[in-house]
Design a protein around this ligand. Structure first.
Ligand code: NAP
Length: 294
């Protein structure tokens, strides 16, 4: 266990990500005190029961008072309202960060509300599961996973360095990325796959009676892997889609073209084309295993 990095850490949102940060930060001795806030009384009560924060506040402004680091861990659609609520209570010199899956929208929504003297360091840990809520979190979630920081130009370098250290000590590998590049990259590696999973489950659900029953009964043949992704939190994903609209639509258009090309190959019996596509998929899977990200 190393030195304490922040005297007081405030986490706004205590679902999968917020509660995992709380557990990991405490386990690593990274912070003196953890103050938590969540929207519902139910979640706040559960955080108290789980004992994963030192204090739980019903008011977001109260939660950030005197905090050295504040991390927004709610769905990205709630950020503007949350940032406006906490702005007057942020301590000068504090770091304001987040974990949102989209980064240009966060900089657009939160950036203008950050008071003078508060250092805004947006971040996105590329770690998650399909589960949500405070019970879903666990301390090892970030181990061996990337965390991308997207500081706007002119961000205080010492604050960026502290957030890098924070995520490294939670077990992550850290990289700095331009926010627009982040959003395009995540559109293809995460947002589009989720969109496809939600869509394919919808398509299966729309099938007529007998076939739909068989989809469930024989799901092992590929469909099951889509249903795991499709079990993710609807509010979180609704907000991701609406806040990375351009990049997601661009990747979806590219995908649709490629899917049409595959359909044409199937229709015309173009075996070589089909085999080539499958081989490219296998190659990507092998690369992921080699990079230990599978
Ligand atoms: P989650 O498990 O659904 O938890 C969301 C938390 O935010 C809950 O504690 C919820 O409180 C709280 N919340 C919602 N609206 C709020 C508001 N207006 N004010 C205060 N708190 C509010 O979600 P999650 O998976 O942890 O995701 C949180 C963030 O991490 C999102 O921005 C997401 O894009 C990002 N992220 C997610 C993943 C992933 O795989 N899940 C990975 C990386 C980053 P209640 O329970 O009281 O409603």
């Amino acid at each position: 266990m190393g030195e304490t990095l922040f005297g007081r850490l405030a986490l706004l949102g205590m679902g999968l990500i917020g509660s995992s940060i709380a557990r990991a930060a405490r386990q690593q001795g990274l912070v003196g005190e953890i103050v938590a806030h969540a929207k519902s009384e139910r979640t706040r009560a559960r955080v108290v029961e789980l004992g994963i924060a030192d204090r739980v506040e019903a008011d977001a402004g109260e939660a950030v008072l005197g905090a050295d680091c504040v991390i927004l861990c709610a769905p990205v659609g709630a950020y503007a309202e949350l940032a406006a609520a906490i702005a007057p209570s942020l301590r000068a010199g504090a770091i304001l960060s987040d974990v949102g899956s989209t980064k240009q929208s966060v900089i657009r929504d939160v950036g203008p509300l950050v008071p003078e003297g508060v250092h805004f360091v947006p971040a996105h840990p590329l770690a998650g599961t399909e589960h949500s809520g405070p019970d879903a979190g666990f301390a090892a979630l970030f181990e061996g996973r990337w965390c991308l920081l997207t500081p706007p130009p002119g961000t205080d370098e010492a604050s960026v360095a502290r957030m890098e250290e924070f995520w490294r000590r939670l077990g992550s590998m850290v990289s700095i990325m331009e926010p627009g590049h982040h959003d395009r990259t995540l559109a293809i590696v995460s947002h589009l796959p989720h969109l496809l999973a939600f869509t394919i489950c919808g398509t299966a659900d729309d099938l007529e009676g007998e076939t739909r029953q068989e989809v469930l009964q024989f799901a092992a043949t590929g469909f099951r892997d889509f249903t795991r992704i499709a079990a993710s939190d609807p509010v979180m994903w609704r907000d991701v889609f609406l806040n990375n609209r351009e990049a997601l639509l661009e990747m979806l258009a590219r995908f649709t073209e490629d899917a049409q090309a595959m359909a044409r190959a199937v229709r015309w019996g173009d075996a070589a084309y089909i085999e080539d596509k499958i081989n490219r998929g296998r190659k990507i899977r092998r690369s992921l295993i080699e990079l230990k990200q599978a």
